[in-house]
Write a protein that binds this ligand. Sequence first.
Ligand code: 2IT
Length: 447
Amino acid sequence: MSSIVQQYIDIAKKRNPGESEFHQTVEEVLHSIEPVLEKHPEYIKAGLIERLIEPERAIIFRVTWVDDAGKVQVNRGYRYQFNSAIGPYKGGTRFAPNVNPSIIKFLGFEQIFKNALTGLPIGGGKGGADFDPNGKSDGEIMRFCQAYMTELYRHIGPQTDSPAGDLGVGAREIGYLFGQYKRIANMYNESVTGKAVVYGGLNGRTEATGYGIVYFANCMLEANNEKMAGKKVVVSGFGNVTWGTVTKLDELGAKVIAFSGPDGYILDEAGVTGEKIAALLELRNSGKNICAPYAEKYPEAKFFAGKKPWEVKADLYIPCAMQNDIHLEDAKKIVANGAKFLCEGANMPCTNEAIDYLMSNGIIFGPCKAANAGGVACSCIEMGQNAGHTVFSLDQVYAQLKNIMVSIHDSSAAAAAEYGLGYNLLAGANIAGFKKIAEAMMAQGIV
Ligand code: 2IT
């Protein structure tokens, strides 16, 4: 372990005690960029890494609302405005009971590099609240979103920060957040993205993350002389990202044979295809568990209650659920299954130990900050659409998304090759993202 980066990892750990998810992403990124730091001592002199690992601004606020029973509820809201070297802060909003500074900081830190990789002018930020949308009525969701935005609106804006969705924040929540923003800011603009198409949202934004992941995975396969058609794929989760991923995989002729929900996983050797994808979307929108009802509807499918899908043999794995879904023991199963590819869909679905094991055992690995950047890229295109008072067609968006994903893959591969690391997309994505941020920070002086 190099002393150059270890000192910064130690600073991050000391300054952010107990924040294991944040430590995890800092370690991953800093280890990758070590060769760049060796080549650029001026970055060290300029305190670039100390500045990079410290958010520019953190907003933590009380969110007070009244539930359907008339009881006053208090949650904690967050917005970490991490880095604005290349553009206004941009990143999602997560509503989940486990949201805390460590989770939002890991997401915000990842977002800096992800957004840089898109080639678009967006800085990194992330927000959320320890609010559990499950089991809440529509009225409660609306009142919570309004209370959250009543504080947040003063910290965001088209040239400042533009939140979007993440886990627990979908089209409905974005509608309520934007509605409240517009009401109190008296501005109709791109301060919130992920809006429905009828009121300024981008055609194709909903499926952009999942489609982008598959375009990226396709590049990984092609770079290794393989084709997507006919590949057996295992995914996890069945939220928005998984839905887009499965839909595009099906279109390209790959066969999704397993997916998971909070209740376990489904093995469907016949393939999760066509009408079954639509049925899954309906199940998901019902807010209930998805696996058990799927197995009831399609008797050829097998339901493994309380288990993870990584034991299923496949060619390609795409974890789309959430962070730290694949631990070392899961990585061992994936390697033992004879898989060749793993492409991260969710943010940080693999632990660092799992990534090390996968990569040192010959698995070709696609890192999330590169593979899932299609979502935020399309959010930035939505910002441009709103700022230009125009509408982009679905074809325009898909074409741009595909170009962006190919270019992220190619620039990540090229950055790794430049540093003599071979086809290492993990290091390459971190290096390519970092180089851009570092250059911008150096140009802007000590701020
Ligand atoms: O993790 C992510 O990139 C997102 N949740 C999307 C962020 C955005 O601003 O669209």
